[in-house]
Design a protein around this ligand. Sequence first.
Ligand SMILES: C[S@@+](CC[C@H](N)C(=O)[O-])C[C@H]1O[C@@H](n2cnc3c(N)ncnc32)[C@H](O)[C@@H]1O
Length: 267
Amino acid sequence: MADLYLSISTQPDSVLEAIAASMDDRANDPAMQAICASYMGRLPKPGAKVLEIGCGNGASTALLLRAIDPSEMTGIDPAEGLLDRARKRFAGRTAVNFTVGTAVKTEQPDAAYDVVVAHTVYSHLPDPRAALAEAFRVLKPGGTLAVFDGDYATNTVALFDGDPLQAAMIATQRNLIHDGYIMRRLPRMMEDAGFERSRTEAHGFVQTQNPAYMKSLMARGVAAAAKAGDCGLDLSEAFITEAARRAENGSFYGAILFISATTQKPG
Ligand SMILES: C[S@@+](CC[C@H](N)C(=O)[O-])C[C@H]1O[C@@H](n2cnc3c(N)ncnc32)[C@H](O)[C@@H]1O
């Protein structure tokens, strides 16, 4: 699959801007804030040293900072353009810093963190086992790893069997997600990497009346599909128009099951 995030560090600023806006839409949604308060609220606090993998423009960093009160927060991401946005968001805030790195090569020292969080990142990784090994390396003994992501194979915007708008979600997954099933396999992978048995929780996310995130996700997905040659621009734009029509007349329905998997490095 041609997940756009696999080449995130070479994407033009217009694409990064659309991603950043979509991340903000999602982080601003009250339902997502409640989900984050729930799983992030159980992370060790306060005073923990926290590493966020794939922090993007800092939208999820803000949710983390709201849920826990770390002594130090470091966000890493391969995309300089997104890190710049994160730095601007937290300008003047000491003990919050952002630096280039990937899930597999964080460039962080051994056993340095109490908590490592990856919020909607693992579905974009070609090698999640290497990412888990890296998280294990940078965590202190007894430290906590929290991985949160969509169980994207469950994504739906369909209102009836064969709803043509569902094709837009399929195109979105094909072009924006590397592995829509990763959260189903992750608990076992965590144990294989040496972590303790994970606490795995399901978080339903439904948008109807104000589907800002689902609409922006779909718009980015079908635009990427058109760019990749999966469909023409006319069809891509027709999907966006149909989603907007449904949002306007109150018939839009979009749902994703999110999963959090939280585990510890043995002490
Ligand atoms: C869907 S966005 C999530 C951003 C942020 N965590 C949030 O929820 O707002 C996925 C993020 O993962 C980053 N990413 C892509 N490949 C990565 C990799 N190999 N290692 C770490 N982060 C990566 C992207 O640049 C992007 O910021």
